[in-house]
Design a protein around this ligand. Structure first.
Ligand SMILES: Nc1ncnc2c1ncn2[C@@H]1O[C@H](COP(=O)(O)OP(=O)(O)OP(=O)(O)O)[C@@H](O)[C@H]1O
Ligand SMILES: [Mg+2]
Length: 171
């Protein structure tokens, strides 16, 4: 059956999406058009979640409900971030849209949290005494500070538990 949203043909943006992606199902169209308030989409692998996320983003921009700079697309992995960035540009070209997307933020959750922390370091107890170590530097750091870390761990264990029988702090 060919489902149709009540006002589908009165919505020129959805109509444009439909012309290029003519397989969009009713739920996908509903999700694209639902722009007010939070929306949770649960769907299986390969069912078109990312396509919906991209079209929903473009819908928000084209309806002027949000500027690209007011939208954050976030994922867990770097790989998914690259995919999103590639696909949104590809789809915007496919739809022949004349919009600038360079202000649209696409980042991993870790990436965006790091950016927020770095921008607000002055307000955190960490102050400026803070850097993020990559995997290799983390290992090197632990290797170089092993004794110090071991002693600090032991001290905090003792402080939490009163005493640890059979364990002694080194001088
Ligand atoms: N309603 C649909 N009918 C047919 N094909 C569709 C439909 N929706 C999306 N697709 C196509 O299915 C493929 C997978 O879509 P998409 O990558 O958006 O899915 P996904 O749910 O994000 O996948 P994954 O779970 O791997 O992240 C794409 O080629 C997309 O164009
Ligand atoms: Mg996906």
């Amino acid at each position: 059956m060919n489902y149709m949203l009540k006002d589908e043909y009165e919505d020129p943006i959805l109509k444009l999406f439909e012309e290029v992606f003519n397989n969009l199902n009713l739920d996908q169209k509903k999700a694209i058009k639902t722009t007010d308030g939070p929306l949770l989409i649960i769907a299986g692998p390969g069912t078109g979640k990312t396509l919906v996320l991209i079209l929903r983003t473009l819908y928000l921009i084209l309806t002027k409900k949000a500027k690209p700079s007011e939208i954050l697309l976030t994922t867990f992995t770097e790989k998914a971030t690259f995919e999103l960035r590639d696909r949104i540009n590809q789809i915007a070209r496919k739809l022949k849209l004349k919009i600038q997307l360079h202000n649209l933020k696409i980042s991993t959750i870790h990436g965006i949290c790091n950016e927020i922390i770095l921008k607000n370091l002055i307000h955190t107890p960490l102050n400026n005494n803070y850097i993020i170590l990559d995997d290799l530097t983390q290992k090197l750091f632990i290797y170089e500070h092993f004794t110090e870390i071991e002693e600090n761990l032991l001290i905090s264990c003792i402080m939490e538990n009163g005493n640890i029988s059979g364990m002694q702090l080194k001088d």
